[in-house]
Design a protein around this ligand. Sequence first.
Ligand SMILES: [Fe+2]
Length: 293
Amino acid sequence: MIVGFFSDIHANLDALVMVLDHLRSLEVDALYCGGDIVGYGASPNECLHIVRFAKGDKRVTRKSILEILSTTDLQEPERLVKFLAKTTTVTGKGNHDHVAITPGAEYLFNSFAARAILWTREEITPENVDYIVKLPMAIDADDDGRPVKHKKSKTVLFRLVHASPHEPERWHYLLNRREIERAFNALDVGFCFIGHSHQPVIFEQHEDGYVEVITEEEHVPSIFRRYIINMGSVGQSRDGNPKSCCATLEFTPGFRNLMIRLHRVSYDIPRAAERIIAAGLPEELGGRLLHGI
Ligand SMILES: [Fe+2]
């Protein structure tokens, strides 16, 4: 079984399409999105439509998805549409999704982010607002990669939150030991997948509580340790590498042969930057994509 994870799309259609096609090529069995579908980028409705289609929202048609895909470099778009239609896809809520539908909340953002979110608020359709409102803050999944609805009856394999398992609604950044330890203290499952900082990394908590920071692309986890995995950002890398990020968790029945992988995916970055400039968003938001900062 392979579960695919992606987060922080930030309305970057060109990046989202290539990440989803990469996960399709790996034949993942389920898809989990960590939120921040919107903000910064120029294609919020298009990205929301793709995520809603993957979730099985009948109001989004195949035809509309093919039309959206036709504006990108994707080869064989029908292949991706077929994959999205058949693959279980679950999405959580990010802070940019929250602020996009919460007038006044943009005071939390720096000026570029605030300008982009005000633009986004004007752009997104009422149907997409309705979808964002209902996104959950945290999702637990079982060892079939399916979301767990009634916790007591199922074994939880992993949790998905946008920022931190500690007070997910307060969007803590796991950028220092104190916050990372708080996050592990709040975690009662073995694996937690997060986004938010746009920095792909694996935090491994040893049996004695020590937390090791792992930046390798592949890691074999131990069932005696716990993990918080930051899957990085689809649409706005910030680690100096402009390629998109996503992650996978592989396992065979009984939690055997576990493997965590952090992936990087190429996409048409100049086109994404052009879309930002054409939309009248701050040019800096396009420029930073080219450098992954
Ligand atoms: Fe983000």
